[in-house]
Unconditional design. Structure first.
Lengths: 286, 184, 729
């Protein structure tokens, strides 16, 4: 709960104390003057304290002027200060307020309204908490209801599925599977076709005479005439991979145009044999 | 001449705080918020750009119960000025009468190094370091309230508690957090 | 996948646009009609500029080209003031990525590519294809990917992007792009995208680049989907993984979105669903802090066409009917605040969903609350709403997200104690059990600084927060702990596995921490009844840990908390203390029985018994036997001080008659017994049967705790008015 909200509630309660007003005693009329004697006693005590304070101040000044300016040592200073404070705490005797009943009465009178205000805060805070708990309870109950329903629905679903499962005949499943297989085969065919088209269109074999568009004009050796297409290379790799999965490597020979090999390797489509650089395989795409 | 914590007599029901800020942009708003909030004790707020304080005013200056250094992480200068001012403070102040207020720590634009640096300083002096939202009214209000809480203790107005005691509870710890890493 | 196009102000019939809109994004007849209607706008400089960019010839020089400058200026102005409509994004992205006028203009255009509403998927696809051409300079490449990440939530659908997962994946080998590519892949990955060779590639990269957080996060996601493919183990708390990517556009984007709020919202509605959703109120755009609208990835042509997209769920009964075939949305953040979605999530317990949600959340929290540039705004309503949604989500799922946890630990260190206080403390109370080795650094230290410097209300809120944190830990334990193997996994979605002793260590630390801060806090606040009340709440949880939550642990409050309760000025505090002591007794006795019956019971130290008995003796000697301040009764004072006080029979001052908390009742009782008496003599209550009647009178006033305590812990001796405390141990 927000504390500000709390405070607001507390104030509201303070303004409207009807809930417990009836069992509060009447305010006692404060007609008695604070006795002179008590006042004097208090003032004397103050004087005494002040004198002590001044004495201490003098001691401090004296001590400061006397002590040579040592380079301050944080840790040591702190440790000794803490030790001193600890000692003080251990030795200190509780101080009585005053033994004068008049003074005590005055203190008590001051204390009670303050306590009253504080308790009003506690009251309003408890009320706010109670209201919040009620809300939480309500939402938790709703939550629980819904959870139960979800559980019920899921259980029913499981039963339905199980029944369906039992009902399915072997033949139906087979039929279904066949359809799926056919579908996948068709899809594969169309993929291969597309691949073929792309390869044919975008990856031609080098034309034999020095091509003007080629950047690498420095290549002196003419490409061989018996080069196989990228299409063929891929087909070789794929077939090998499917036919002999334990030995998917293909020997490279002069009919493989090196730039295409390079490309396949660079793009992670193929990889070289770790020991024999003339063997390559299709990357295991699964 | 360095500022000393006990060179003057305390006054009845009074607490005095000194706000040190090189930029002088936040201290005024903070001081107003502090004065506005406290009504049971006489609080006086004194402002300074840096330490040492001018000698000519030393006579009329009351005993300072708490020195607050305002550090803006947005500016390197703010950090440097604070480090320089610290040298002009009597070591007695570091026994629970100094605190640091840091602004802008939530902003990703400030370098983590700067925050780590001021944290190291605060930790080595065993002083508390408070994070502040200086841009919002609520933030200023909160900062004022927290400074007042520390001030009342360090001025001896809270029974059974001393500044030294409180500072051991709230002092800044050395920044060691390794998983504190802002994204880039 | 037809999409209603946003034809706000564009007249696009240029050839290049037609080429790129091959997916049929726009309806042609609609376009023609639009054309006629908007003919008057044909002279709009923005339209002209776009026309220019879509038609400009390759190789046109840009240096000193006034025409292009003029058009650029128009486009920049529109982009930064109101954002660019989808078609403009397509045109400009294509223009930039094709490098038709060189790399400099490319980067310049990318920088201002601020969408007003959505980003057409095809534009992004086209961008990726230009990326594949491989002519872009490196800075333009990174910028493009960063842009895609920034606008990812605004891309109208992601199915085609997922279809080219492999193409995007191939860029991970580029060192500079890798972090951003990993992030993009993270957002796109589904189970189908994970392949053995991709895992291998990432592992390869990792061995080359070291354990980079972006690789780790992607691999972690892979592992969630396909644990059999990734055998790596990951640390339970990973560094926030992905680099900040949106710095270039964030400010402009949030400004534009704020401005176009209403408009954007309706646009999204158009693309997402036809009907207004029941929960859409919660998902409005919240400036830059938004819970994204829900849209799932439509699957075209897959066999699984029965899938029911989550965003089409309207009613609870629909959820129940379609429980088995619901598809998660593409943007996991949209699940926050939708009770139906959360039900589903809770039901399927899909790890990848949690991981994705966590990732989105961590990023948003970090961006908004820890990385806020110049957040001068006083208006926190958006943030409040967002965090409240998060709190209710966590409450619904009954567990905290690990990204919230990581965020909180960072946030606590820079928190001023006031900003979003209810939300932050609410989230904090949800965090799962913190290992005892880190609890001090992560939690106690920052909290302690805040606690002792902040107001009374903050102190109360912190104690309340820690109480509800403890309650949740205990509840988790009681739910997940298995009887035979006392080994628990606290939550199913954090990799944190915790043993019983680990949990107990953390609980001990937490309880002791509260004991410490409450002791000092009470002292600083002058034993304020409000703080006393919150501390009592905490110990009401602590005293019942064994019986209520089956955690074999009994921890007594420290003296600094106990005696303030006992000597409090109000009867409720004393009454609640009595109740707590009664519960402690019940727990201790039950534990002792267990101890004697079975072997695996836990052992309670002698010290705990001693402490408990000492406290009971204190209460009895205070309230019943009028022996306070006497030797051996808990509180002692020197004789001189007591003599100085001149209080007669000082040892009776905290008896049930004279205790400041009960004196009012004693006076009442006195009046009832002797209505005619003028002189008040409370001591006369102590004589004869009156004392018993007085105690009965107190019970009748509702002091149940007192009653429980009296009935369990007191053995009254008939001979005199003395009572003995019944010890346990």
């Amino acid at each position: 709960m927000d504390a500000d909200e709390l405070l607001k509630n507390a104030k509201a309660v303070a303004n409207n104390m009807s809930e417990y007003q009836h069992n509060l005693p009447q305010d006692t009329p404060d007609d008695r003057e604070f006795p002179e004697a008590a006042r004097t006693e208090l003032l004397d005590e103050c004087e005494e304290q002040y004198e002590q304070l001044q004495q201490l101040q003098n001691e401090i000044t004296l001590a400061e002027s006397e002590s040579p300016q040592n380079p301050p040592n944080q840790a040591a200073d702190r440790a000794s200060a803490l030790r001193a404070e600890l000692k003080e705490w251990l030795e200190i005797q509780p101080n009585l307020l005053s033994s004068n009943p008049e003074v005590l009465l005055a203190v008590g009178k001051e204390e009670l309204p303050r306590l009253n205000k504080q308790l009003e805060m506690v009251l309003s805070c408890s009320q706010a908490k109670r209201d919040k708990l009620k809300e939480v309870l309500k939402s938790e109950q709703k939550w629980l209801e819904e959870k139960k329903e979800v559980l019920k629905a899921a259980t029913e679903q499981v039963i339905v599925l199980q029944q369906e499962n039992d009902r399915l005949s072997e033949k139906g499943v087979l039929e279904d599977m066949k359809k799926k297989v056919q579908k996948v085969k068709d899809y594969q065919d169309s993929l291969l076709e597309t691949l073929g088209d792309i390869l044919a269109e975008h990856f031609p074999l080098p034309v034999q005479e020095g091509n003007a568009n080629k950047k690498k004009k420095g290549i002196t050796t003419e490409p061989r005439a018996d080069l196989i297409s990228l299409h063929d290379i891929l087909e070789l790799l794929m077939n090998k991979f499917v036919e002999t999965p334990h030995e998917p490597y293909v020997m490279i020979n002069e009919t493989f145009w090196p730039p295409y090999i390079e490309m396949l390797l660079r793009h992670g489509i193929a990889s070289r044999h770790p020991e024999d650089c003339f063997k390559i395989r299709l990357e295991a795409f699964y | 001449m360095s500022l000393k914590p006990y060179s003057k007599l305390p006054e009845l029901n009074t607490a005095n705080v000194l706000l040190v800020e090189n930029e002088e942009e936040f201290q005024k708003r903070l001081s107003e918020a502090i004065v506005r909030q406290e009504n049971s004790v006489n609080v006086t707020v004194r402002l300074a750009r840096c330490l040492p304080l001018p000698v000519e005013n030393a006579e009329g200056r009351p005993r300072i119960d708490l020195v607050v250094f305002i550090v803006h992480l947005r500016s390197e200068q703010s950090l440097l000025s604070t480090e320089a001012s610290l040298k002009h403070l009597d070591s007695g102040y570091f026994l629970g009468k100094v605190c640091f207020l840091v602004t802008g720590a939530r902003s990703g634009t400030v370098s983590y190094e700067r925050l780590a640096s001021i944290k190291r300083t605060a930790a080595s002096l065993n002083c508390p370091l408070l994070m502040t939202e200086d841009k919002t009214t609520e933030g200023v209000h909160t900062a004022a309230q927290r400074v007042l809480n520390i001030l009342k203790v360090s001025a001896g107005l809270v029974p059974m508690a001393s500044g030294l005691y409180l500072s051991t509870l709230i002092r800044c710890s050395m920044p060691t957090d390794s998983d504190w890493q802002n994204q880039d | 996948m037809p999409r209603k196009s946003n034809l706000s102000r564009l007249d696009m019939n240029s050839s290049s646009e037609n080429d790129s809109s091959n997916s049929g994004r726009s309806d042609r007849s609609l376009r023609v009609a639009e054309n006629n209607r908007k003919k008057s706008e044909a002279e709009d400089p923005f339209v002209l500029a776009l026309k220019y960019f879509s038609q400009v010839e390759e190789g046109t020089p840009w240096k000193g080209n006034d025409v292009v400058e003029r058009h650029m200026a128009v486009v920049e102005r529109v982009a930064l003031s109101q954002g660019l409509p989808p078609e403009a994004i397509s045109v400009l992205l294509d223009f930039a990525m094709s490098l038709r006028m060189g790399a400099a203009l490319c980067v310049r255009v990318l920088k201002i590519l601020v969408p007003a509403s959505v980003v057409p998927q095809e534009a992004v696809i086209k961008g990726v294809s230009w990326l594949c051409v491989g002519k872009l300079p490196m800075n333009a490449q990174t910028m493009f990917i960063r842009w895609v990440l920034t606008v990812f939530d605004l891309i109208d659908s992601k199915d085609h992007l997922r279809a080219i997962y492999g193409f995007i994946f191939s860029f991970v080998t580029e060192d500079n792009l890798c972090p951003y590519i990993c992030h993009l892949l993270y957002l796109l990955t589904r189970k189908e995208s994970i392949r053995h060779y991709r895992v291998r590639k990432l592992l390869d990269l990792q061995s080359k680049m070291g354990r980079q957080p972006f690789l780790m996060h992607l691999l972690a996601l892979y592992k969630v989907f396909c644990p059999e493919l990734v055998t790596l183990s990951f640390p339970s708390k990973m560094k926030s993984g992905f680099r900040n990517h949106n710095s270039t556009w964030k400010v402009a984007l949030s400004a534009v979105q704020k401005k176009n709020k209403a408009e954007v919202f309706s646009d999204i509605q158009l693309t997402v669903s036809v009907k207004k959703q029941p929960t859409s109120k919660k998902r409005k755009f919240k400036g830059h802090l938004m819970v994204p609208a829900m849209s799932s990835v439509p699957r075209i042509g897959t066999s699984n066409n029965k899938a029911f997209p989550l965003e089409q769920l309207r009613t609870f009964s629909q959820l129940l009917e379609n429980l088995h075939r619901i598809e998660l949305p593409a943007q996991m953040g949209s699940m926050l605040g939708s009770p139906l979605a959360l039900h589903y999530m809770d039901c399927v317990r899909d790890d990848s969903a949690f991981l994705r949600l966590n990732f989105w959340l961590g990023h948003s929290l970090h961006e908004e609350f820890l990385f806020c540039r110049d957040s001068d705004s006083e208006d926190m309503t958006e943030a409040v709403r967002f965090l409240n949604t998060l709190i209710s989500t966590q409450c619904f799922l009954q567990e905290g997200f690990s990204s919230t946890e990581v965020f909180l630990y960072k946030f606590l260190r820079v928190w001023d104690g006031a900003l979003l206080r209810p939300q932050i403390l609410g989230l904090l109370s949800d965090i799962p059990v913190v290992p005892s080795s880190r609890i001090k650094d992560l939690l106690f230290e920052p909290l302690m600084q805040l606690f002792f410097t902040s107001s009374l209300y903050f102190k109360c809120s912190v104690i309340e927060c820690l109480n509800s944190m403890l309650l949740k830990w205990l509840t988790w334990h009681s739910v997940y702990a298995l009887e035979d193997e006392l080994d628990i996994s606290v939550t199913s979605h954090t990799p944190l596995n915790m043993t019983l002793s680990g949990l107990m260590d953390s609980v001990v630390q937490l309880v002791q921490f509260v004991g410490r801060i409450a002791t000092v806090g009470l002292q600083l606040e002058g034993y304020h009844p409000l703080l006393l009340s919150f501390t009592l709440d905490f110990y009401e949880t602590v005293c019942d840990m064994y019986i209520k939550y089956n955690l074999p642990l009994v921890l007594m409050p420290p003296a600094g908390v106990f005696y303030p309760f006992l000597l409090a000025t109000d009867p409720i505090t004393v009454d609640r203390l009595c109740h707590i002591m009664y519960r402690y007794r019940t727990n201790l006795i039950s534990a002792k029985d267990q101890d004697q019956q079975t072997e695996k019971a836990f052992h309670i130290s002698r010290k705990t018994y001693r402490e408990f008995n000492q406290y009971v003796v204190s209460i009895v000697s205070c309230l019943w036997n009028s022996r306070v301040f006497l030797a051996g009764m808990g509180i002692e004072l020197s004789d001189e001080v007591l003599a100085q006080s001149k209080v007669p029979e000082y040892w009776t001052t905290f008896s049930l008659i004279h205790h400041p908390a009960f004196m009012g009742y004693a006076v009442d009782f006195h009046q009832k017994c002797w209505p005619e008496r003028k002189k008040l003599d409370l001591n006369s209550i102590r004589t004869g049967k009156r004392w018993d009647w007085y105690v009965e009178f107190l019970f009748s006033e509702g002091f149940q705790g007192l009653k429980e305590f009296v009935e369990s812990s007191l053995n009254r001796r008939a001979s005199d008015r003395e009572a003995g405390a019944t010890a346990v141990g």
